[in-house]
Design a protein around this ligand. Structure first.
Ligand code: NDP
Length: 492
């Protein structure tokens, strides 16, 4: 959508988009203008997140004096009907956006038949350039009984609320749906094959989010890999893992990643190269191994986020039609996990920052937000700011807690602009807010030094990838909020 709209409206290119008719669950012949994000991903997911958050808010508000005559009840079909009406509306909005930009819509399934020709349900269309932006599809391991499980497409459009659901996976989708179903009062069990959820995220955020989700009633099963799913006569499902079996699930959902949707598009036949995961291999300008064929978005398996795909599409239109070769810029891409509580992050994790820069200062705040003082709930907020010790630049910010996605969007501007901790410190906080903590953290919680010569008793642990690094940890805040003196430390 982005590539065709920019190409047509900004550069006057003749552009057409080929897309299949709308359905909530995608298939080989159904999809819809708007694609995964609008119809089977970010947007409907966020609507369900909103729906599910109310139960926590009902719990919170007792401490603020609210009482209800009866327990609040949720009507599943109202939610599904309204969500689907909104999706229908969005298909119309997206279609109009294309038309208003001067883009032609060709409805049907497309197949590339030569480097300049696409066949749509048997009718041939020729073009100087072809862009493949078909995204990805849920992928599941091939284990016995996999036919009984649902994927995220189906989970967004269930006819009734799951009584008890097993969710396999510990990534974005698994955690977001765990929060949704928990908030809507299903029993939720999450099975992860690692020790922790969210591989690749900041280590402490990984622990924090799992703790907070557990406190809200989700049961995590760590280091449990699914081996089979069976269905009993009463329709209930059993999940067998390497550690045993758990039964009585009304639903089992697999959120075990997504794969590029490159099958049956004619790409191999025309010579478009793919990697071992089926992702289209592209150069820095999103050009495939066939000169006239380009690819952007999840189908290239670079950074699989909608706003990144939009950037890639815009850059591509400029490259081809604007006479301005433009590479997508992947630095400081912010992202959020709409778990409950949600996560927002931008820039490097602590582990990556140490690997890249060696000397970093880490500022951490883990606190009870004002709202929790009266709600009485065990909700907390976690924030981490990672600073390069040599340049004072903020390398990464990670947050888990209410409003983290909204807060991190603003912070991402500062990180992208390469601002320093001094810039953060010079910024006045908005009071009273959770976000103000990000500009009021004055003392590092720890200083990590790659080549600290003195292995004194201030060096309390070693971390990092085969590098000798020393960590100088602040004393616990209650006894002494200041850092212990460090060998080459600045006065803080
Ligand atoms: P992820 O790759 O994030 O997570 C997949 C999870 O499934 C991992 O925990 C992985 O474990 C686990 N897994 C994979 N295979 C198996 C298996 N055979 N058995 C057990 N566990 C397995 O994928 P998602 O499906 O959550 O999300 C797909 C993509 O969608 C992501 O790239 C994400 O960027 C995007 N997305 C973004 C959102 C956002 O921006 N808010 C929301 C939703 C999706 P392990 O760690 O061991 O590999």
């Amino acid at each position: 959508m982005r590539a065709s709209r920019v190409a047509a409206s900004l550069y006057g290119a003749r552009a057409a988009v080929c897309e299949m008719p709308f359905a909530t669950v995608a298939s080989d012949s159904l999809g819809g203008v708007g694609g995964t994000c609008v119809l089977r991903g970010c947007v409907p997911k966020k609507l369900l997140v909103y729906a599910s958050k109310y139960s926590h808010e009902f719990e919170e508000n007792h401490g603020f004096g609210w009482r209800y005559g009866t327990e609040p009840k949720h009507n599943w079909s109202t939610l599904m009907t309204n969500k689907n009406l909104e999706l229908q509306r969005l298909v119309g909005v997206q279609t109009n956006m294309l038309k208003n930009s001067g883009v032609t819509i060709i409805e049907g399934r497309g197949k590339v038949v030569d480097p300049h020709t696409v066949s749509v349900d048997g009718k041939l269309y020729t073009a100087k350039n072809i862009l493949v932006a078909v995204g990805g599809r849920p992928s599941m391991p091939d284990i016995p009984g996999i036919v009984h499980v649902i994927d995220s497409d189906a989970a967004l459009d269930l006819p009734s609320r799951p009584e008890k659901i097993a969710i396999v996976g510990g990534g974005y989708i698994a955690l977001e749906f765990a929060g949704i179903f928990n908030g809507l009062k299903s029993g939720v069990h999450v099975f992860i094959r690692q020790k922790k959820v969210l591989r690749g995220f900041d280590e402490e955020v990984r622990d924090f989010v799992a703790d907070q989700m557990s406190l809200r009633g989700i049961t995590f099963h760590a280091e449990e890999t699914p081996q089979a799913v069976t269905k009993s006569d009463d329709g209930l499902l059993t999940l067998k893992t390497n550690k045993g079996s758990i039964n009585g699930f009304s639903h089992v959902m697999f959120a075990t990643g997504r794969k590029p949707n490159t099958k049956n598009l004619g790409l191999e036949e025309v010579g478009v190269k793919m990697d071992k995961h089926g992702a289209i291999v592209v150069d820095e300008f999103s050009r495939t191994s066939v000169d006239s064929i380009w690819a952007v978005g999840d189908v290239t398996n670079r950074v699989n986020l909608t706003p990144v795909a939009l950037m890639e599409g815009g850059a591509l239109a400029r490259t081809i039609f604007g006479n301005e070769p433009t590479k997508p810029d992947y630095s400081a891409v912010p992202s959020a996990v709409f778990s409950q509580p949600p996560i927002g992050q931008v820039g490097l994790t602590e582990e990556k920052a140490i690997e890249k820069y060696g000397d970093v200062d880490i500022y951490i705040s883990n606190f009870r937000p004002l709202r929790a003082t009266l709600s009485g709930l065990p909700d907390r907020v976690y924030m981490k700011v990672i600073v390069c010790a040599n340049t004072n630049k903020v390398l990464g910010v990670h947050m888990c807690g209410e409003d983290a996605p909204e807060i991190i969007q603003g912070i991402a501007i500062a990180v992208k602009a390469g601002l320093t901790k001094q810039n953060f410190d010079a910024t006045i906080g908005v009071h009273p807010s959770t976000a103000e903590e990000l500009v009021t953290m004055r003392s590092p919680t720890r200083k990590v030094r790659r080549d600290a010569a003195d292995e004194s008793d201030q060096s309390i642990s070693n971390r990092g990838n085969n590098r000798q690094v020393s960590v100088f940890q602040a004393a616990p805040e209650k006894s002494n909020p200041r850092l212990q003196p460090v060998k080459n430390g600045d006065e803080l």
